[in-house]
Design a protein around this ligand. Structure first.
Ligand SMILES: [Mn+2]
Length: 356
């Protein structure tokens, strides 16, 4: 049995350079393609693993127009999990979290939901859903593992989780190695905005449509096609064509600068994470021509004598620091470089603060 796993649509967000309205239109356009694809492949379930809406303060009309759009695809069941979470693990708030002010609790939203029939919501009060005909059940986890008992009518059990999961306990990630998780056929994760497989049975779908410069690295737009089977599902990431791209680039020599000039900036946004001081003038000239496409990161200005240090730093951050912390770590370290270029002090700083 096949299903689609999407996450982090963040409807209502106002992406830099792209704008709220264009982003909203793109989400509808891409979802229309996904729904058509689902029909071709006889897919009956599409999961939204949290942060479908960017904020609980969204206008009811915005929420309803999205739900109305989905309700028209009557032959497909949409499984929603509320999202939430700020910068820190365990902060179950923000975005479309299921707090007291949740948009999912609004009267108009709830009554539409009940009438629609093909929209389904996992909440802490009703954390599981079973579809006896298709023999599949879904279990919600809210920054934690699902707590609901397994439904006996189902053959396949799918956990839908929102939060920080992974092996990096020092950064507050919950490990997925726990034996209790062996009971699920698939874990559909949301929260991190980049597609990432955490094992044979678990994956972050990443943001369905990229809308921001992620800390440090680039990410694609897309969703996971899940073929449920034993002992493990078959997972295929399907990337969306013509989606916005938010790229991190460095301008460390003339070639980098030429490549940058040749980019197609239609739906591409570029953050310069580092440039060598002597290239500043032509770069700023280009930025003037592309004010809503080209951005400079804090601390991007690199003196030639610091280049080697900078490149090592990039590699350490990419390899060792979870994405939610990368921007902060890098900013601190570059700041650290300015106040203390001595190697031993920087090493001590890395060790004390991040255990690297
Ligand atoms: Mn999110």
């Amino acid at each position: 049995m096949r299903l689609y796993h999407l996450a982090d649509l963040h409807l209502g967000v106002d992406p830099p350079g792209l704008g709220r309205e264009l982003y909203r239109r793109l989400v509808f356009e891409k979802l229309t393609e996904v729904i058509e694809e689902a029909r071709r492949e006889a897919v009956k379930f599409i999961i939204f693993a949290g942060d479908t809406f960017d904020s609980n303060a969204l206008a009811t009309s915005t929420v309803l127009s999205f739900l109305r759009f989905l309700a028209e695809a009557r032959d497909i069941n949409f499984i929603f999990l509320p999202g939430g979470g700020g910068d820190f693990y365990g902060e179950v708030s923000g975005h479309d979290a299921y707090g007291p002010d949740s948009l999912y609790r609004r009267l108009e939203v709830r009554s539409f939901w009940e009438r629609a029939g093909n929209l389904h919501l996992l909440t802490p009060e009703a954390p599981s859903l079973v579809f006896p005909e298709e023999k599949v059940a879904f279990y919600g986890g809210f920054f934690d593992y699902p707590r609901a008992a397994l439904c006996e009518e189902a053959i396949y059990h799918v956990a839908v989780l929102h939060g920080a999961f992974g092996e990096r306990a020092e950064f507050g990630e919950k490990p997925l190695s726990s034996p209790q998780l062996a009971r699920y056929d698939y874990l559909a994760l949301g929260h991190y905005h980049r597609f990432r497989k955490l094992g044979p049975k678990a994956a972050y779908a990443g943001a369905f449509l990229q809308f921001e410069f992620l800390p440090h690295q680039d990410a694609t737009s897309g969703y996971v096609v899940v073929e449920l089977k034993r002992p493990a599902p078959r997972l295929t990431y399907r990337e969306l064509a013509d989606a916005p791209r938010f790229l991190h680039l460095q301008v460390l020599d003339e070639n980098d600068l030429e490549r940058l000039k040749k980019l197609d900036f239609e739906r591409t946004f570029v953050k310069i994470t580092a440039y060598l001081a002597p290239l500043e003038t032509p770069l700023l000239e280009l930025k003037k021509q592309l004010p809503d496409r080209l951005f400079l990161a804090e601390g991007a200005h690199i003196e030639p004598e610091n280049l080697t240090f900078y490149q090592i730093l990039e590699r350490i951050i990419t390899d060792k620091v979870p994405e939610h912390y990368q921007a902060e770590v890098k900013e601190l370290l570059l700041y650290g470089l300015k106040i203390s270029p001595q190697r031993t002090k920087i090493e001590k700083f890395l060790q004390d603060k991040y255990g690297l």
